[in-house]
Design a protein around this ligand. Structure first.
Ligand code: RB5
Length: 144
């Protein structure tokens, strides 16, 4: 997997995005920050779209964060080929990769401390898709 990570948030995820980006950079990832770049109120669909398009373009992973993670994941999942998973714990992140081949991790910046978000992100980025019966199901998603 490419070590580029596309990341984006609205104002509700701005603080967590900054902390997570710094930690990922220290770990050797190249972080492509697509905004937002201040705490001013913005619209989460804009940033879900930016990250979804970047992921579709180069096949890297993405991370999206809004207050709950809900709105921005809905936005990203409008794009065919995007499988954005809103994860609240590491086990969700593991299963989102193993079973769903999720290519975008969604987080709720107002409901998660940095340490938990970092653990979830590490698991997400290191877990491989299992394929097999899961591939058949993931393939069906693109034909809905
Ligand atoms: C913004 O106030 C908030 O609605 C947004 O961050 C997100 O939680 C939407 O799903």
């Amino acid at each position: 997997m490419d070590k580029i990570i596309h990341i984006g948030s609205d104002h509700g995820g701005f603080d967590l995005k900054g902390k997570l980006s710094a930690a990922l950079t220290v770990k050797g990832y190249t972080v492509n920050d697509l905004g937002t770049f201040s705490e001013d109120s913005v619209d989460y669909p804009v940033f879900g779209k930016k990250v979804a398009e970047a992921v579709l373009k180069d096949g890297s992973f993405g991370i999206i964060i809004c207050g709950t993670g809900i709105g921005i994941s809905i936005a990203a999942n409008r794009f065919k080929g995007i499988r954005a998973a809103l994860c609240h714990c590491s086990e969700y992140a593991k299963l989102a990769r193993e079973h769903n081949d999720a290519n975008i991790l969604a987080l709720g910046g107002r409901f998660m401390d940095f340490k938990t978000a970092e653990e979830i992100t590490d698991v997400f980025l290191k877990t491989e898709f299992l394929g097999g019966r899961h591939k058949r199901r993931v393939d069906l998603l693109d034909n809905i």
